[in-house]
Structures are given as C-alpha cells and as structure tokens.
Design a protein around this ligand. Structure first.
Ligand SMILES: Nc1ncnc2c1ncn2[C@@H]1O[C@H](COP(=O)(O)OP(=O)(O)OP(=O)(O)O)[C@@H](O)[C@H]1O
Length: 489
C-alpha cells in the first residue's frame, strides 16, 4: 500500500531524515515514536510530499508519489498536520467540508450526497456534530484538534497520515479518537501512519512501531519488540520500566524519577503488628510494594494497611468483596491503602515472628485453620465447596525485592507451609492423605523496597532460607494452637 525507500530530506539542504525505508500494509496502523527533534514530523512531511525529498522514493500502490497529481494524491492520502495555535474564522462544518476538496470536479464544484454524508459521518466519529456551526477559534485546543481529524476523515482517503492526533485531548477523547481511527483501519482497511508522543498509547493502538533517533530508524517492529526498556532508555535518555498492559499484549512504560521523596528508613518489626480478637493489623508508615492473593487489592500494588479479619466459620455472603470493603471502611481502612484477607481462626492465635538476615530482616505472620485441608494432588478426585478455614501467610520484607524475588518468595513460602502440614500430619478428610494446604489459602509478600536489593528469594538465598524456616515454624506453631483449640490434641 505505502512503501518508503531510502527516504532522506530536511530543510535548506540540512538533512534531518536519513535513509528511511519501511512498508505499511492495507489496514495497518504504524506509529512513529522518537524524542523531540528526532525527525518524526519531517518524515511525515516527506512522505506526504509537503516537503521535497533529497533522495529516496515514496510509493503508493506501487506508483511513485511524484506520478500523482495533487488532487489524485489527496484522494489517496489525507494528512493531519501538527496543530499550532492559529486564529480560525471558519465554522466547524466548513472546515470539515474542506476535506472533500479532492472529490469536487469542474469549475463550479457541486456538493454531492456523498460529500454531505462524509462530512456528517466525520463530525459524528469525532463527536463534533453538536459544534457544527461554531467558529473554530471559539473552541478549545482539543476540540479544534478533533475538527482537523474530522477533516482528514472526511477526505475518505485510503491512507491517513497523522501528526500527534491526540495532542490536546483528555484521556476520554484520546481513547474515543484512537478507537475511531483504529476502527477505520480494521473495518475500512485504511492504512494509518501516525506520530505519537505518548509511547503507551502508540503501543496500545498500533500494529507496529517505528522508533526514530536523530533522523534514522532505531527500531521497527511490533510494540513488544520496540518498546523495550533498553531501547526506550537509550533513545529518550530517560530511566523507565516496562510493564504489561492489563488486557492486551502491548507493553507500557513508566517513568522512573531520579528525585527522592522523603526518606523513611524505619525498619519494620513484629512490634508494629496489632492483634485483637477480630483482626491482625499491620500499618506501615509508607506504602510497601505488595503481591498477594487477598480478598481486597489482590495482585500487585503499593499499600500501607494490611488486615487479616476474623469472620465466623459459617460466614456466607453474596458479594464477599463488597461486604469486606464495607467492613474495612467502617473500621477506618480505605480501599486505596489496604490489603484485606479473611480467616475463621481466632486472630489472637496469629503467630508473628521476626527473622534477621545479613541484608536486614523479615517479619512473618501466619494464621492457620486446617478444617478445610486439601491434598492438592488428589483434589480432582473429589467434589469440594469453598469454605472458610484457611492458612493466611504474610511475609514483610525490609529490603528491595525484584519481581523474581517476589514470585520466589511465594514459592518458598508455599513449600514451607506444605512441609509444616506434613510434619503436623494434617490430612485431607476426603482422601485421607496428607494435605498440602487448605481450599482457600492466601499469601502476601510486601517489601519496603528500601535498603539492600534482593534479586532472588529461592531456598538457597539468604532471604529464602529465612522465609523457609520462618513460614515453616510459624505454620507448625499455628496448626498446633488450632488443633488444641479444636480439642484435636
Ligand atoms: N520548518 C523548519 N525549518 C527548519 N528546520 C526545521 C523545520 N522544522 C523542523 N526543523 C528541524 O528539524 C528537526 C526535526 O524536527 P521535527 O519537527 O521533524 O522533529 P519531531 O521529531 O517531529 O519533534 P517533536 O517531537 O518536537 O515534534 C529539528 O531539529 C527542527 O529544528
């Protein structure tokens, strides 16, 4: 559809874009990324022919750009230039209608039904119909931007070149506009080449990305091939981390600041835990990076309050999440700051111990109810209903855990818990075999992310050894108390 071959060019013979080659297929959306001044807009101008090229070729449907008349070219390619602040005295409708220019013929151009329909549709797609008769200079920057996108859409060209289409738009309108543009690509097979400043938006919406650096292509490929920590840090000269998008296989980046906020070097100890008949609470002064399978705020995040709530053994509720949130709110714990778990065990029986390691220390908290014990290797043989009676394990780390170390902590803790159940000869009542856990166990690992960095937490690392020993000891002790309370021993 669109083929760029060895394209070079710039201003007054100063080369800005150098030897750029790539192809974009029908219905494909290609995003152009790169730091300020890297030549993104210049590349777009060279592709559209607005700027004469120094060397190289642009082909549309196999034909050189130069072989098209300007009107023929406008039927093939619509361009949204970078928006600058100008005073506009046209109405929205008139401005969008200008997009129909290549479709007019003769000296006295006639306004056809198709022209009208294209203008109305473009205004609708950009949610600008209600401003139809407004003068452009009375609109906000974001609204003006949408008018020019509408103008480009009204052109109904099979290729759309966009320079920062989401400039000035709030997030709702960014989403709306990019959903609209992407839909044009998917449903109408329109080929889109768009400059983006927002790496995350480009990653979400584009099929491929082209990363410019000093006028040259640094990388081109699928978003996960281009948006890598290394490449983005090198080209933009900024510290970033990459994270998965929650719904799509499109990487997202986060800026890592180099300014330090208020330092908190306080070490977390067992003394920081409060235990009542209903709750085990740990409240940190600043948020800890947390991974858990809790009822409230499971997954990863940064939280200050950690609550293990005792509920009745017959606790039943249609919406556990909502009920638990209401409970937490009544007790002064906000959802934004709190990880919440449940247990049927008397929270006074929680085992909380502190372990020193060469890098710092960890605090472990375990509540164990084993009425619901399960041998996971045989769970497929029997019908089981979820029930309260659970082992909740918390590991609070004074140190900086890597992602691997978070996951390894969970593995190490789980193995230690299973070993404790085996030592205590806790059996799955359905199969009569040694249980590996209960049906609703939860685990939480939270780290201060200050102090020494801990890359690994497997069983032979210093932290892994303490997690193994600590979770085992705490779980054994908690099970023994539980057995006594139940009159089993
Ligand atoms: N009209 C012009 N005349 C002369 N030089 C220009 C002109 N427009 C841009 N340049 C120069 O070309 C270089 C690349 O500019 P360009 O606008 O292509 O970068 P960009 O990657 O789009 O940047 P930004 O992210 O800031 O929009 C810059 O050094 C700029 O100063």
């Amino acid at each position: 559809m669109l083929k760029i071959e060895g394209l070079s060019g710039g201003y007054d013979h100063r080369l800005i874009v150098r030897n750029v080659s790539f192809e974009v297929g029908k219905g494909e959306m290609l995003g152009i990324l790169g730091p300020n001044g890297s030549g993104k807009s210049t590349l777009l101008k060279l592709i559209s022919g607005i700027l004469p090229r120094e060397s190289g070729e642009v082909f549309i449907d196999g034909k050189s750009l130069t072989s098209y008349s300007s009107k023929e070219l406008a039927k093939k390619m619509a361009v949204l230039p970078q928006l600058h602040s100008h005073a506009f005295s046209h109405t929205v409708r008139d401005t969008v209608s200008l997009g129909r220019y290549p479709h007019q013929s003769g000296w006295f151009s006639s306004w056809s039904k198709e022209d009208e329909a294209a203008v109305v549709e473009a205004m609708k797609l950009t949610a600008m119909e209600k401003y139809e008769h407004q003068l452009l200079d009375l609109l906000s920057g974001g609204e003006q931007q949408r008018v020019f996108v509408a103008q480009a859409l009204a052109q109904q060209a099979p290729i759309l070149l966009l320079d920062e289409p989401t400039n000035h738009l709030d997030i709702a309108h960014q989403k709306q506009l990019l959903d609209t543009i992407k839909t044009q690509a998917i449903e109408k097979g329109i080929t889109i080449v768009s400059v983006f400043h927002d790496i995350n938006l480009a990653s979400i919406y584009c099929d491929r990305l082209l990363l410019m650096d000093h006028g040259e292509i640094k990388a081109i490929g699928a978003p996960h091939e281009v948006v890598t920590k290394n490449q983005i840090e090198t080209v933009y000269e900024a510290r970033v981390s990459t994270n998965p998008h929650p719904e799509r296989p499109k990487p997202q980046i986060t800026i890592l600041p180099d300014v330090n906020e208020k330092k908190d070097d306080k070490r977390i100890t067992a003394e920081n835990f409060q235990v009542t008949g209903d709750l085990v609470i740990f409240q940190a002064e600043t948020q800890l990076k947390t991974w858990s399978s809790a009822v409230i705020n499971a997954g990863s995040g940064w939280y200050k309050n950690f609550v293990n709530r005792r509920v009745d053994a017959n606790y039943a509720c249609d919406n556990v999440h909502e009920e638990m949130l209401a409970y937490l709110a009544n007790n002064g714990f906000s959802e934004a700051d709190t990880v919440g778990m449940m247990t049927a065990v008397n929270t006074k029986d929680a085992i909380i111990k502190e372990y020193d390691t060469p890098f710092g220390s960890i605090v472990i908290m375990v509540t164990a109810g084993v009425g619901n014990a399960v041998d996971v290797s045989r769970a497929h043989e029997v019908e089981m209903l979820p029930a309260i009676g659970t082992i909740n394990t918390w590991i609070i780390v004074n140190g900086e855990l890597s992602d691997e170390a978070f996951i390894q902590s969970v593995i190490t803790a789980t193995e230690a818990k299973t070993k404790a159940l085996s030592f205590e000869q806790v059996k799955d009542p359905r199969t009569g075999t040694i249980a590996t856990g209960t049906s609703t166990d939860s685990v939480l690992v939270a780290a201060t992310q200050r102090g020494m960095s801990i890359p690994y937490a497997g069983p032979i690392t210093e932290i892994g050894k303490k997690i193994g020993q600590g979770v085992y000891e705490c779980t054994v002790e908690a099970i023994q108390i539980y057995k006594k309370a139940k009159g089993w021993v």
